[in-house]
Design a protein around this ligand. Structure first.
Ligand SMILES: Nc1ncnc2c1ncn2[C@@H]1O[C@H](COP(=O)(O)OP(=O)(O)O)[C@@H](O)[C@H]1O
Ligand SMILES: [Mg+2]
Length: 255
């Protein structure tokens, strides 16, 4: 059973304090939703979990299964089973999705000291991942350098999720412009991979929409670099009816 623990995390970028003591947990088989107004520090948390070099941890810890990974390199974190969405590749002319996925898979195998995957085994693995996530077959032959729509980026992300089968996935839904089709792709992917693999998911969003498709077990609300409220799915409904102003007032009142 995997466990991602964030303890009293303080993070700064360019001498600006962004996270001011964040505590949050993600367990296997659990969907934890992180919500909060724009600029509260949600993406910064996602980036620091993956080891973004521009972010400096000034206090606190990030632990995966009890091991301190606060200073680990990003590829080391990936090898340990952390997955971060939105790392879709920049344009690589002439490289198909299939070829790219094979490169990613082989890079992971190499880090584990395993030999390259055979073509036959790779085909089978991708077909299974595509079936699991309802990604159409034609998608695999698309080129990476073609302009991807929001929905297509999501398809690639979900395919990677199904191939890599991480212990913990961090999904930052920064793109509020996603249409319902793209949201459905993500939701279906998270729900099926989570169910099949017992993956733990930290789903980060400003909006409630995706949380109608992926039912969170726990909800945390971030405000100005701190978690100011924690609860169950009922918090999503409260935010829906009252907006973030209500949180702002509560935080303001107790400050
Ligand atoms: N690399 C950076 N350098 C300076 N400020 C940053 C950097 N990254 C984020 N910030 C600032 O940190 C705050 C939180 O940003 P962010 O984590 O993107 O919030 P959210 O994802 O909740 O909208 C914002 O005020 C943003 O401008
Ligand atoms: Mg963000």
């Amino acid at each position: 059973m995997a466990h991602l623990e964030i303890r009293n995390l303080h993070v700064q970028a360019d001498d600006k304090q962004i996270l001011k003591g964040v505590d949050i947990d993600v367990h296997s088989g659990e969907v934890h939703a992180l919500m909060g107004p724009n600029g509260s520090g949600k993406s910064t948390l996602a980036n620091v979990i993956m080891g973004h070099p521009a972010l400096e941890v000034t206090e606190g810890q990030i632990l995966l299964d009890g091991e301190d990974i606060t200073e680990a390199e990003p590829d080391e974190r990936a090898r340990m089973g952390l997955f971060m969405a939105f790392q879709y590749p920049v344009a690589i002319p002439g490289v198909t999705i299939t070829k790219y996925l094979r490169m990613v898979l082989n890079a992971h195998r190499e880090e584990r000291g395993e030999p390259e995957i055979s073509l036959k085994e790779f085909r089978k693995t991708v077909e299974e991942a595509m079936a699991l996530t309802n990604v159409p077959r034609e998608f695999a032959s698309r080129y990476l350098n073609e302009g991807f729509s929001g929905g297509e980026k999501k398809r690639l992300e979900v395919l990677q999720l199904a191939l890599q089968r991480p212990k913990i996935a961090v999904l930052d839904e920064t793109d509020s412009g996603l249409d319902i089709d793209a949201l459905n792709v993500v939701a279906h992917g998270v729900n099926t991979v989570a169910k099949a693999e017992g993956m733990g998911t930290l789903i980060i969003t400003h909006y409630q929409r995706i949380l109608h498709l992926v039912q969170p077990d726990r909800v945390s609300i971030m405000f100005d670099g701190r978690i100011v409220k924690e609860g169950g799915p009922e918090l999503v409904e409260q935010l829906e009816s009252k907006g973030y102003g209500w949180i702002r007032e509560e935080v303001g009142a107790s400050a």
